[in-house]
Every structure is written in structure tokens, then in C-alpha cells.
Design a binder for this molecule. Structure first.
Ligand code: DP6
Length: 363
């Protein structure tokens, strides 16, 4: 092995931090389960890493006997296909790495023989419909790409993160991001591109109302599998509705047109949950509190000349509310506190954040 000295005691580490993202035009349904290829394009907004993010440290050392991973301090298995696909794709692209200060040199052919230790930490509830897998796989791929000195750009890395979890590909960028479904059978053109960076529309404020931090009953993966098998509405949505909405949403984002943005975001969230209901057996991700939040937002928007807030719900009951600006966000929180006073059992907390950028906390 091309490493300086014969010592097996060295460790090389990289730490990265990646925020989660929330889709405003949803991804729901795969055409290829193994490669994770979607049946439609989707668009998301990346959150502020200070609020909902994953921090991952990847380490390599000749003394490590096998690949191992810890999630929130608990060891988890890396034997699943998704982890294996990401690790394989990254190792295939690894390059020479030299750390002169530590006197370490790893040649690209050595990476196949070296083992990794991975420690990942979410600062928010895992698998509660707050896109933890999105931040998790994006961060894993980003950190490993740094460690192994990959030359690929963010979009190419996004196609690797996609194989960990579809929505993860969109967390490789800040701001508004589009996941292009692609046409190739091998998935090489199914990747994320940045539509606008986080500075572009910086009035927006995202408020997450944590309705429940319990783990969801139906994972996104199995939920969308059922929808693909059984929902006719899903077929119509993917072919007829989403392509038009994607164009309209891109236009709204480009023009910072909140009225269109809010209409499209709310309509797409509602249609996604309608698809879940249209699946057999039906899948319920929202609960009564979620429905009350929709009512509050709808009534408010209708009482004003233009919409003040957009709402969207992923595969769980938690509400992601996007306010037109800071002032509206303050009013929104006032309203939430009025309807769900601090001593109520219905809503545990609010997480507030701006749109944000991927932060490289690399060492
Ligand atoms: C409702 O990306 O979690 O959040 O690709 O099977 O890992 P897998 O699914 P995942 O699904 C996310 C679904 C969604 C909508 C979205 O993020 O676009």
C-alpha cells in the first residue's frame, strides 16, 4: 500500500454538514427501485443547516477491520443495498490522496482495501417525515467524496446520493433545486441541478411546525411502491400534471412570484396526499392537527388580497410553512400560538429557518 511509513495507527477524517430539503413539487413513485429513478421531476427548497441538518464524520484507517456506521450514536448495519450502492459508486471514483503533514499517502487503488468508519448525527427527529434520509445520504456522499478526493461536480455527486435515497440528491445544493428524472436506463442523467441559490429569494422564511416527532408508520419507500402499484391518480399526476407544474414553478421561482409559488406548493402537497388516499390500502400521513393547520393557512390566504403563506407536508404529519417574508412569518407564528397554545398537546415545537446552503465543515 502506498502509504508513508508502515504504521497502521493513522486515521484520516473528514466532517461535513448537510441540511435537509423540502419538496414543493413532490417526488412520489419510482420507475426503477434499485437505481432509484423517479417517475417525475421534482423541485425542493434546501433548509438552513442550523435547524435541520445531518453532520457526518467519515474516517479511514488501515487499522479498521470492516466498514461500520453509527447513526445518532447507535451502530447500524451497512449491509443494505442503498449503502452498498453509494459506497461502491464512490470507491469506484476515488483518487489519490496525500496528507503531507501526517505523512499519509493513499493511492487510488488502495481505497478498495481500506475500511471506513462513519458517524452520522441528525439534529432533528429521524424518519418522522422531516426528510432525514435526504440530509443523511447527501452528507454521507459529500463527506466521502471529500475524503476520497473525487473530481466529480455536485450534480454528478447528486446522482450517487440519489441511490441512497431519492430526495437526497436535492440536498447537494442550497436554494431551490430541481431533480431531473432523466431518460437513461442506467440513471446517469437522473440528477439534481440548482435553479437559484439561497441568496436569490431571501425574503422567504420557512417555519416547521412539528406536529409529531414519532417515527412514521409507512416509510416513503414502501408508500410510494404501493401508490405506483395501485393508484391511477398517480399515473395521471406524473404524466399530465407534474410536467406543467414544474414549468410553472420554475417560472414562479425565477420571478419571486409568491402568489403562484404558494398556489402550486399547496396544490401539489394536497395532490400528493390525495394520491396516498388513492392507494390501496390508503395511506394517511397527515393527522387532524395537520388538517387544522391547512385550514388556518387557507382561511388566512383567502382573507388577504394575496397568499401570505404556503404549506406543504411530506410523508408525515409535520407542517412546513413558507411565509412570504419575515413580517408574515411573525404573524404566522402568532396565529399558530393562538390556535395551538404552548400547553396544548397537538404541536410540540416550531423550527424556524431561512433557505440555506450546503455547508462544508470539512477539516
Ligand atoms: C414525500 O426520498 O424518502 O418526501 O427514494 O425511497 O428513499 P426513497 O424515498 P424518499 O421520498 C421522499 C418523498 C417525499 C417527497 C419529496 O421529498 O419529494
Amino acid at each position: 500500500m502506498g502509504m508513508a511509513g508502515e504504521s497502521r495507527n493513522w486515521v484520516l477524517m473528514v466532517t461535513a454538514q448537510t441540511p435537509t430539503n423540502i419538496a414543493v413539487i413532490k417526488y412520489w413513485g419510482k420507475r426503477d427501485e434499485n437505481l432509484i429513478l423517479p417517475i417525475n421531476d421534482s423541485i425542493s427548497v434546501t433548509l438552513d443547516p442550523n435547524h435541520l441538518c445531518t453532520t457526518t464524520t467519515v474516517a479511514v484507517s488501515p487499522s479498521f477491520k470492516q466498514d461500520r456506521m453509527w447513526l445518532n450514536r447507535k451502530e447500524i448495519s451497512l449491509s443494505g443495498g442503498r449503502y452498498q450502492n453509494c459506497l461502491r459508486e464512490i470507491r469506484n471514483r476515488a483518487c489519490d490522496v496525500e496528507d503531507k503533514k501526517k505523512g499519509i499517502k493513499i493511492l487510488k487503488e488502495d481505497w478498495g482495501k481500506l475500511h471506513l468508519h462513519i458517524a452520522s448525527y441528525n439534529n432533528f427527529p429521524t424518519a418522522a417525515g422531516l426528510a432525514s434520509s435526504a440530509a443523511g445520504f447527501a452528507c454521507l456522499v459529500f463527506a466521502l467524496a471529500k475524503l476520497m478526493n473525487l473530481k466529480e461536480d455536485q450534480s454528478q455527486l447528486s446522482a450517487i446520493a440519489r441511490q441512497g435515497s431519492g430526495s437526497a440528491c436535492r440536498s447537494l445544493y442550497g436554494g431551490f433545486v430541481k431533480w431531473i428524472m432523466g431518460k437513461e436506463e442506467n440513471g446517469s442523467d437522473s440528477l439534481a441541478v440548482q435553479l437559484t441559490d439561497e441568496k436569490q429569494w431571501d425574503d422567504l422564511v420557512i417555519v416547521i411546525a412539528v406536529v409529531s416527532s414519532r417515527q412514521k408508520e409507512t416509510s416513503s419507500t414502501s408508500g410510494m411502491r404501493e401508490s405506483v402499484k395501485t393508484s391511477l391518480l398517480l399515473q395521471h399526476r406524473a404524466k399530465e400534471i407534474v410536467p406543467k407544474r414544474i414549468l410553472q414553478m420554475e417560472e414562479a421561482i425565477k420571478n419571486c412570484d409568491f402568489t403562484s409559488f404558494a398556489q402550486l406548493t399547496c396544490a401539489d402537497s394536497n395532490q400528493f396526499h390525495a394520491v396516498c388516499m388513492d392507494s390501496c390500502p390508503p395511506i394517511f400521513y397527515m393527522n387532524d392537527t395537520s388538517h387544522r393547520i391547512i385550514n388556518i393557512a387557507e382561511k388566512w390566504n383567502r382573507s388577504e388580497e394575496t397568499p401570505q403563506v404556503a404549506y406543504t407536508f411530506d410523508a408525515g404529519p409535520n407542517a412546513v410553512l413558507i411565509a412570504r417574508n419575515r413580517q408574515t412569518a411573525a404573524l404566522l407564528i402568532q396565529r399558530l400560538l393562538y390556535y395551538f397554545p404552548p400547553n396544548s398537546d397537538d404541536l410540540n415545537s416550531y423550527v424556524i429557518g431561512d433557505k440555506s446552503i450546503l455547508q462544508d465543515a470539512g477539516l
